[in-house]
Write a protein that binds this ligand. Structure first.
Ligand SMILES: [Zn+2]
Length: 437
């Protein structure tokens, strides 16, 4: 951790107050953040802060602008190498594309390479915090925790468990799941920036006894999260209802798996009682619009989630999603709501930034630590600075105000436009900013 004081100069955009409840984009043009021990200690106009702190190291981030690091609330570590398997609905894609690759992670050496690719993909896209779907193999889960710790990425992850319907070499049993999960949690939960997430793959592939074991682990590890999938694809939903004899959300809830530390991905086809149940439990939904479009799962009913008071954040769902960038996910979320016409929820650039940062931090229980540039937060940040003469560079040069610049960034931006990334004040992406003074 960088224990000296550093003054970062630039244009800072964030969304501390929720645009879904009347909040707006906060902008600090030619502003500055004073950071010590990775924490934001002061913020304001550059000229004023520089006068108060004339001796501190200055990092000049003028040109482009600075956003909070993205928070990806649903992304699969083992799938980085199979992104782009287009042309299949969910269950075929799992059988033919994702699960054969997940089986390869039985080899810890292979898993190590995947972990390197995965963490690099996230950080390169400006993501500084992620709720990560782990592997079915405990040694592979160790590799992703280890690689995230090496780089500094803030992750919550865990052992993925299944004991029916998918390929058998990914199966566990309730006792083994309990034992391996607790061992992983004892090694990683609360160590550095890592936390543990109990991770049943989905109730389609988990027996009642296995979900019970998940509940045991969740109650045994204080502060652990629970993550899984829900209501993604209509064929999947019918099968879950036949197997479980209840709706999809209830299949988790009856084992004590739905609460304020729960993040369920997708929820493209929820019933109203399911939305009411999620809201009453304080659970969050990870919205993964690229994945929903690529697998033909459907258009996310954001307005119904909002109407029921269900918390929603953003996920890339790599590898069913088409890349790590939450800029692209923001654009896809916007497009999906446009396609829903009067059933859709209109989204401004501030909504998209909030979904990709602040909402994710809150969904992961990290709202006091990250998600915006309020004093007291960790300095998790990304400098958006496109190369000269690229369409985004041209767009930013002609943007009328910060909101317009942000809209252009969601429309045109990609990981190549993320010049530098900091986590808790440490520069974790290699491209060094200019140091002045
Ligand atoms: Zn997923």
């Amino acid at each position: 951790m960088n224990s000296t004081m550093t003054l970062y100069r630039g244009t800072f955009l964030d969304t501390p107050s929720d645009p879904f409840s009347g909040g707006t984009l906060r902008t600090e043009q030619d502003g500055a953040l004073l950071v010590r021990d990775g924490v934001i200690r002061a913020r304001g106009g550059y000229a004023d802060l520089r006068r108060e702190h004339p001796e501190e190291e200055l990092v000049d981030l003028t040109g482009g602008f600075v956003l909070p690091g993205f928070v990806d609330t649903h992304v699969h570590f083992p799938q980085v190498r199979v992104i782009g398997g287009l042309g299949m609905p969910l269950l075929d894609w799992l059988d033919q594309c994702a699960l054969p690759e997940e089986a390869r992670l039985a080899d810890p050496a292979y898993a190590e390479g995947v972990a390197t690719d995965f963490v690099s993909g996230l950080v390169g896209a400006g993501t500084t915090t992620a709720l990560v779907f782990g592997s079915h193999f405990a040694p592979a889960v160790d590799t992703v925790f280890a690689e995230a710790a090496r780089v500094g990425l803030r992750i919550t992850s865990g052992l993925v468990v299944s004991d029916r319907l998918i390929r058998e070499d990914l199966f566990t049993d309730p006792d083994r799941a309990r034992e391996e999960s607790l061992a992983l949690a004892s090694r990683w939960h609360g160590v550095g920036r890592a936390r543990y997430a109990v991770t049943p793959r989905f109730s389609l592939s988990c027996s009642e006894r296995l979900l019970e074991a998940c509940g045991d682990v969740l109650r045994t590890v204080p502060g652990a999260m629970l993550t899984s999938h829900v209501n993604e694809n209509t064929r999947e939903i019918v099968t879950v209802e036949e197997l479980c004899g209840c709706d999809y959300v209830t299949s988790y809830d009856r084992h004590g798996l739905v609460g304020p530390s729960t993040v369920l991905a997708h929820n493209v086809h929820p019933t109203d009682p399911e939305l009411a149940l999620l809201a009453s439990r304080g659970a969050a939904v990870a919205h993964c619009p690229s994945s929903n479009a690529a697998l033909g799962s459907g258009l996310f009913p954001l307005a119904r989630h909002r109407a029921h008071g269900v918390r929603v954040a953003m996920g890339s769902d790599v590898g069913a999603g088409t890349g790590f960038s939450l800029l692209k996910e923001g654009l896809q979320a916007y497009v999906a709501q446009q396609l829903l016409a009067d059933q859709g929820h209109p989204l401004t650039p501030a909504h998209l930034l909030h979904l990709a940062t602040r909402a994710g931090a809150e969904a992961l229980g990290l709202g006091d630590e990250v998600g915006d540039f309020t004093i007291g937060r960790r300095f998790d940040a990304q400098w958006i600075k496109p190369a000269p003469n690229t369409p985004l560079d041209v767009g930013l040069a002609h943007a009328t105000d910060p909101t317009d610049a942000l809209a252009r960034t969601f429309a045109l931006g990609n990981p190549a436009d993320v010049h530098s990334v900091w986590i808790e004040g440490d520069l974790v992406r290699e491209t060094k900013p200019a140091l002045v003074g």
